[in-house]
Design a binder for this molecule. Sequence first.
Ligand code: ADP
Length: 893
Amino acid sequence: MRQFLEIKDRHPDAIVFFRLGDFYEMFFEDAVVAAGLLDLTLTTRDKGKVDAVPMCGVPHHAARGYVAKLTDLGHKVVICEQVEDPKLAKGLVRRDVVRIVTPGVVVDEDALDPKAGRYVAALVCGVAPAPPSPARTGRHAAPAAEPRPTPAPPRWGLAYLDVTTGEFRATELASAAAAVDELARVAPREVIVAAADLEPDGAAAPGAPIRRFAAVWGAAPVPDLDDARALLAAALAEPLADLATARPLLVRAAAAVLAYARATQPSGSLPIARLVAYEPSATMVLDEAAIANLELVATLVGGQRTCSLLEVLYETATAPGARLLRRWLLYPLTDLGAIGARADAVTDLYAAGELRRELRQQLRTTSDLERLAGKATLGVAGPRDLGRLRDTLIALPALATLAAPAPRLDGAPALNDLRTVATPALAALASRLDAALVEQPAALVKDGGFIRPGHDPEIDECRGLADGGKDAIAAIEERERARTGIASLKVRYNRVFGYYIEITKSQLARVPDDYLRKQTIAGGERYVTRELAELEAKVLAAQDTLAAREAELHRALVAEVAAAYQALLAAGAAIATLDVCVALADVAERRGWHRPTVDAGAIIDIKDGRHPVVEALVPAGTFVPNDARLDADREQVVLVTGPNMAGKSTFMRQVAHIVILAQVGSYVPAAAATIGVCDRVFTRVGATDNLARGDSTFMVEMRETAAILAHATRRSLVVLDEVGRGTSTFDGVSIAWAVVEYLHDAVGARTLFATHYHELVAMADDRPRVHNVSALVREQGGEVAFLRRIVPGAASRSYGIDVARLAGLPRSVIGRAREILGRLEGDGGALPSGRRLAARPPGQLSLLSDGPPAPRADPREAEALARLRALDLDRTTPIAALTALAELRALIS
Ligand code: ADP
């Protein structure tokens, strides 16, 4: 208990798994918490006492699952093992912490998603020099002068680390909002931050918005710049150069996360070679809203990976490839050369046809070199891991040869050359592993038998002895049967007595005198002999030596692998790159995608574009392709009108997807596309409520819109869906109008703007770069059919009532709605209530105003209509629709 309390003292915020024999036990509060979460029975050793210590335990062989569950629930687990051999220990066996498992620092492969990095991040807030900001050029007019705060706002250093692969990146961000956006891309499981940086009243006060981003927030001290510099310099292969001066917050965050991760591995080191310092503005910026709204990696509703754009692309054959693909998708490039290099590689592989399929087969057989190298460095690689690593290394040269017909995979500096990473050193490592290990090594060292016969004389000798012992035992059994005449005589083994002879009751009379009785059992007696005891000693000694020697050789092999981890990570990265390019080529061929032209121009021109996800969901061949054209100099703002369900959102999202895919270096779902490179894609789609943030729908909508207007440039792509919908018609239409004006007059960003405010279409008349397109519907015999074709020009009318009819509103309500609409459109906009449409303001807005009472004013009908209009059919479940219908009917009958 003293040992436990000492360890608990050092880790008050963690659940301590304390090894006792074959169990990990938990005590006190830990036991209470764990028993509840893991569904374990809470017991105590000192039953009946008042201050009985609560405890619970899990068998050591099943501990991994329990640990994974606790960390998934946001707990830290401290693993304490016996660090002395109980046989050799004097008195109490010493125990110590061998590993700390936290939500962000997990090394158990079974608990990890092979397709995603497992990150722990650190955030540091402070005042630091801002980088020289690229001027926001190309605006058509200066925005109305807004007072800018003079004192430098606090900046944020963000660093994140995947201890299983050594991926280690850091950046600096200009605001808490930018930090939130970057956290959304990284999706760490755990974030550490100084408590003061998160205090709601602190100067930085990011509080809640940042907090959403990880299940776990550890408040840890952050090293100062000098300590940080020293720590990183010691850990990294490459010098920091002037990073510490230019990016002090980045450096401190990197040191903080590294120190934290190190502390979790007291007995292993981390596979870290390189700190990648990056600028978010060096690649396409995708903020939280864009990632979510465009469903890049998860669906908007439910947060599932299925039905995301990533899922469409997931044709990768390896885990490192899957992880790299995710990063490529979330960080599309803006550098034309780098985009072209990737697309060239994809093109070569696309053309490679049959060979590509062969490559894919080969890739499938490779193992996760990054995580295997990581495991070796962390000291947790088993014999089977080494075997997998060996097999992959052996396959490497063949893979490189196979990839040769895709020459442009190597040419570009951004891509890794498989041939240069398959170094002689790795080949030598592979042959050493191969010489030492059997074909299929066991998973665990204690299972033994993984060293190849003939590799180590000592092991061969021990095996000979152990095996010889077995032969000798068989011989003894034979001989004793003959000597005693007891045919059922058996030589057996158990852990308590070692080897013994068992004789059944009926034969006891024949037992010779030199047998020593050891134990009486139900069916007979057990004996030992001198000869057996001697033999046993020899066999056991041989087995012990064998196990120790195998473990020793294993440790040496692991150390050798660990020493090569940088080369292994490079090889893993090269395999990942090849895999992603093969996957992109596969997707392109399978789905009929084409290579886009990405240039520095101001145009986005898409021929026969398709939505990659929706196309896969609708019956084959039924997706309707659409052209799209945006041009910062001409068709800069494209207003998309048309009824609900006509395909507006799909159209706009597919344009954004095509732009993103093009800048990833992928082919795109279109017959042809020219993409003038975008620095950022903004979206504001639908009225999703963000309850987690505690904001109203409208607040979220306006905040996202504000961010767009503040940060969009002429190089950006802006996709806005139904802005202003979350408030009253008056406010909504006014806001939508002003937003379009601002985007047109001040920002100049290429913009797709879907609206159900038909008033806006008139903007095309006096704003030169505003264009109208609409989603075509066909009316036939009073029926409305959605053609999903986007055509030039504004929608002639909104078809809201038609959609309401399709949704099943009663005929009388539909009839009445048509009547009222007719009156609104026909005679000066009179409503049944007596209110009427006002004279049109300068922008031809149709607004409601009070007027003389209309003849058949019925306030209940007006109320019914108002409610009908307010119904958001996109978000109404069938039950809610029926309920609403019943209420409407009650109101008018
Ligand atoms: P809106 O934004 O106009 O309300 P959506 O874009 O949400 O309409 O489209 C509604 C549904 O129509 C989609 O879920 C999809 O199933 C289908 N759809 C949209 N565009 C197309 C298309 N081009 N081809 C085929 N089906 C489409």
